[in-house]
Structures are given as C-alpha cells and as structure tokens.
Design a protein around this ligand. Structure first.
Ligand SMILES: Nc1nc2c(ncn2[C@@H]2O[C@H](COP(=O)(O)OP(=O)(O)OP(=O)(O)O)[C@@H](O)[C@H]2O)c(=O)[nH]1
Length: 223
C-alpha cells in the first residue's frame, strides 16, 4: 500500500468536517484510485457489466473522481481566503446578498440538495467589508461535503462570524432534498428553510424581520 493511501486511512472524520490536513495531490490521487476499486466492486455486486457495457465503462473511476474532487471537495481543501477591504466610510447599514446557489449532497442517502442561500451582514465600524464573491465561495466550500441542512447553515455562519467579526450576521438556506423527492416518500415539491443568527441579528427581532424582507425581495428580483 502506498504511503499516501496509508496516511489517508489514518484520519477519518465526520462527513461534513474537514480532514485534519488538506490532501496533497498524491493523497488525492490515491483516494480516487482506492475509491474506484470499491465502486467497481459495488457495480459488480449490482450485476452491472461495467467492463463490457460501453455506457458504464469507466463509471467507477468517474464517480470516484466526482466524489473526491467535486462533491466532497470541501473536506479536502482549505476554506477560501477572505479578501476584505477597509470600511473607510464606516458603512454600518445592512448588507444582504443572495440568492447564492447551494449545491450539496445529503449525508443520509448521498442524494443532491439544491437551493439558495442568503447572507445578511451588519459591518462593524472598526471592522472590514468582505469582497462580495467571497460569500458565494464560502457557501460553495461548506456545501461540498455530505451535509444536513441544519449543520450546513451553521458551518457557513460560524466561519464568517469567526473570520470577519461583523456586528451581526444572518444566514438562511432554502433548499430541496432529492432524497425526499426522487425516492422514499417521493414528495412532489417542498423545501426546507434553515437559518443561523449571530450578534445583533440574534438579539433583535426587528433586524431579523428586515433581513427576511430583503431575502424576499431578492428572491423575486430578476435573475
Ligand atoms: N433534518 C434533516 N433531515 C434530513 C436531511 N436530509 C435528509 N434528511 C432525512 O433523513 C432521514 C433519514 O431517515 P431514515 O429513516 O434513516 O432513512 P429512510 O428509511 O431511507 O427514510 P425515508 O427517506 O423516509 O425513506 C429522512 O427522513 C430524510 O428525509 C437534512 O438535511 N435535515
């Protein structure tokens, strides 16, 4: 067994937690290779002739790459750096951004979660203003794990709260879960909304309401 593979096997963690240390490219390749072998076994057990069927030839390798490099990327790379700017004019009004696409994978059935996030920020006078695209990058980073929607919204909030120190922070996610629509109860529609509030937003119902109003108007804005 290669050194990279041995190192990988020594540090498992919860499905929506980052590995202790981001993967090196050698470890990433070893993970893809090992996962491909297991996926070949899975297709064999399902009696799918992936060696001869042109449609599924290469599927184990493709799916392994997809899991490691795309769906679970947020466990194996560092969170995005947060470029910020001085709040020179001391803007202290509410900033609300969204809808931000949420593409995640459910921890229970490995099915897609698809929805939108909204983020509200009350910058502090002495703090910095975060580059707008960084909110999208942070959502994307934490969504690229096996998630529950409750923990996803909290992880995004915790990271922004700890790293940008605003006066207040609100995160809201509205999403549909394919584990509920494509299988199981096969619910026709229906979404779930989760939210996390920090600082001034947690203490002031009026601020929460203003945030919700802004989310509603952004939801209706032309895309
Ligand atoms: N609270 C919460 N539940 C979720 C989320 N994603 C999936 N679930 C639910 O997790 C549950 C897993 O339940 P189980 O009874 O173990 O699985 P199951 O037998 O396949 O259940 P069904 O989906 O009802 O067929 C299901 O009710 C899912 O709808 C999430 O983000 N948050």
């Amino acid at each position: 067994m290669s050194v990279a593979l041995r190192r990988l096997q020594s540090r498992p963690s919860a499905a929506n937690e980052a590995l202790e240390v981001p993967l090196s490219s050698e470890e990433r390749e070893a993970m893809v290779g090992a996962a491909s072998v297991k996926l070949e076994e899975l297709l064999d057990i399902l009696r799918i002739d992936h060696r001869n069927d042109p449609n599924t030839r290469g599927t184990p390798q493709r799916v392994a790459k997809m899991f490691v490099n795309e769906l679970l990327r947020g466990r194996t790379v560092s969170p995005p750096p947060l470029t910020d700017f001085e709040n020179r004019l001391v803007y202290q009004g509410m900033i609300v951004t969204g809808p931000i696409d949420v593409r995640s994978t459910c921890a229970h059935h490995l099915m897609p979660i698809r929805g939108e996030a909204f983020i509200g920020v009350l910058p502090s006078a002495e703090g910095k203003v975060l580059g707008l695209s960084k909110y999208d990058r942070v959502v994307d980073h934490f969504a690229a794990r096996l998630q529950t929607q409750e923990e996803l919204v909290q992880q995004i909030g915790d990271y922004l709260w700890q790293n940008t120190a605003p006066r207040g922070l609100a995160v809201r996610i509205s999403a549909a879960h394919m584990c509920r629509t494509q299988r199981g109860v096969r619910a026709g529609c229906g979404r779930m909304v989760t939210s996390a509030y920090f600082g001034a937003f947690a203490e002031d119902a009026g601020l929460k309401q203003e945030f919700m109003r802004e989310c509603a108007s952004l939801e209706m804005a032309p895309r």
